[in-house]
Design a protein around this ligand. Structure first.
Ligand code: 5GP
Length: 190
């Protein structure tokens, strides 16, 4: 998505540790119209693919998941993050190591919101090492639901997780795919 690449080049800031800061439009301040455009682009990519729910993890994925859900006319569900593994039996859970916070937490989705008949589209803001996606995939599998694919705003391709998922047969669509990233510049995959 050209508009996303241009926005990353204009407003993004590369921080130490391979972290791209996009607080001005995606992570803290939301560019409302642009978030909706991303949702519509995701809906276009998945037109004709059965999707009954969009799934993300709180908090940074929620805006995009809601935008995609609105554009696709399906509910969006977010997994909640918990520090402790001591959760009720009424939830599906998975452990996720956080790329940005360098700690492991549990993600949980209430069983009533995801079931065997669901076709689930995972949506997230970033794909780095793939831990968040794999945690959500585990929850989808636990629910006996079907994974329709993963739609990501920004994939950091140089971290390799997206291509590994693709090689495993998982559909992964990234609207901007960064091939290299240093404090002096970024390049996108053609
Ligand atoms: P992964 O689980 O793929 O390693 O990391 C994905 C999660 O970490 C995303 O949900 C996102 O919140 C966060 N994340 C990973 N890399 C970045 C980054 O470069 N910038 C920001 N803002 N968040 C990131």
């Amino acid at each position: 998505m050209k508009a996303l690449e241009e926005k990353i080049l204009r407003e993004g800031k590369v921080l130490p540790g391979n972290v791209l800061k996009v607080g001005s439009f995606l992570n803290q301040q939301m560019d409302s119209d642009f978030i909706m455009e991303i949702g519509e682009e995701i809906a276009r990519l998945y037109a004709g693919v059965p999707v009954t729910k969009v799934l993300t993890v709180e908090s940074s994925g929620i805006a995009l998941a809601v935008a995609a859900g609105i554009a696709m006319h399906v509910p969006s569900v977010f997994a909640k993050k918990h520090r402790s593994a001591n959760l009720s039996k009424e939830v599906y859970t998975a452990s996720v190591y956080s790329f940005t916070h360098k700690e492991t937490y549990e993600i949980a989705v209430a069983k009533e919101y995801l079931g065997a008949g669901d076709h689930v589209l995972i949506v997230d803001d970033f794909l780095a090492n793939g831990n968040a996606i794999r945690g959500m995939m585990q929850i989808i599998a636990e629910a006996g639901a079907h994974l329709a694919g993963c739609a990501i705003a920004i994939e950091k391709g140089f971290q390799g997780a997206g291509d590994k998922l693709r090689a495993e047969g998982v559909r992964v669509d990234s609207l901007a795919l960064i091939d290299s990233m240093t404090e002096s510049g970024l390049t996108f995959r053609a």
